[in-house]
Design a protein around this ligand. Sequence first.
Ligand SMILES: Nc1nc2c(ncn2[C@@H]2O[C@H](COP(=O)(O)OP(=O)(O)O)[C@@H](O)[C@H]2O)c(=O)[nH]1
Ligand SMILES: [Mg+2]
Ligand SMILES: [Zn+2]
Length: 295
Amino acid sequence: MIEGTIIRGRGGLYTAMDLNGETYVLRAKKKFRRMGISPLVGDHILLTPGEISDEHGWVEEILPRTSQCLRPPVANITLLCIVVAPQPAPDWLLVDKLMIYANREQLTPVLIVNKADIDNEQNTINLARDMYNKTGMDIFTVSAATGMGKEELLQRFAGHVCCFSGQSGVGKSTLLNQLFGLQVETGDISQKILRGKNTTRHAELFRFGNVTVIDTPGFSLLDMDAVFDPVLLQNFYPEFREYEGKCRFSPCYHATEPGCAVREAEKQGEINGERMERYRSLLKDCREKWRDRYD
Ligand SMILES: Nc1nc2c(ncn2[C@@H]2O[C@H](COP(=O)(O)OP(=O)(O)O)[C@@H](O)[C@H]2O)c(=O)[nH]1
Ligand SMILES: [Mg+2]
Ligand SMILES: [Zn+2]
């Protein structure tokens, strides 16, 4: 059997690529359906090729996954690139949610502030640094239009399987094209609707030396609104960690409790106030969902 990676999957037909770049068209063995699993783009597999050239081969085994997402259905991502830009105005709450999602799925989040060429007085990158420096998340400033910051990003991506996420129009497709010389369709939303086209309808894997990228139709907010015990939310805020055990109450939600070390840090400007405000609003959502979880 040959070892390969699934790079595409459509209508039950999968395309896999081996280490030499050879591709194979495959179907999944019936046993996978019985086991309730299906191959995903990004999966490492064992395969048998078709015997004659126009015949499909078989996905024989799916090797253990390091990560797995539902929407989009992709496996083995290691780096979740969260892209923002000065235009459209950043949705920082979405950034926070994607960060939480990444941590829950054991992916490393990386923040990319694109369109540096139109970031007046570096407002957006400075704001991003104020809000996220203390989280320890890597922050990059790039311009997909000019290529600025490209080398630093490529260095960070080495050895990783990367996925891009973020609002429509921030330049994800343009970045993929600029970084890897891809031909992913770009443009503003209205144009796409006019032409009746969508950028990416299916996940697709690309390999460039030691960097692997999976282009996806986007991450669903549905998966970011998972129901979990609200006391766990704070675990997704790395900047809270140094205050652990220092609040008067235990557990402390860092919301309205007196003697809260995290809120004190916020008052002292040690923790970003806007990020805290969004934390409190996510905590409220989280509590409501948890309370209604059996409805
Ligand atoms: N000024 C500037 N415009 C950019 C940059 N990157 C992308 N754009 C533009 O932003 C728009 C949306 O880009 P696109 O890649 O389709 O965004 P996506 O929806 O995130 O994939 C397009 O008109 C791009 O030309 C950049 O670095 N600077
Ligand atoms: Mg796009
Ligand atoms: Zn507290």
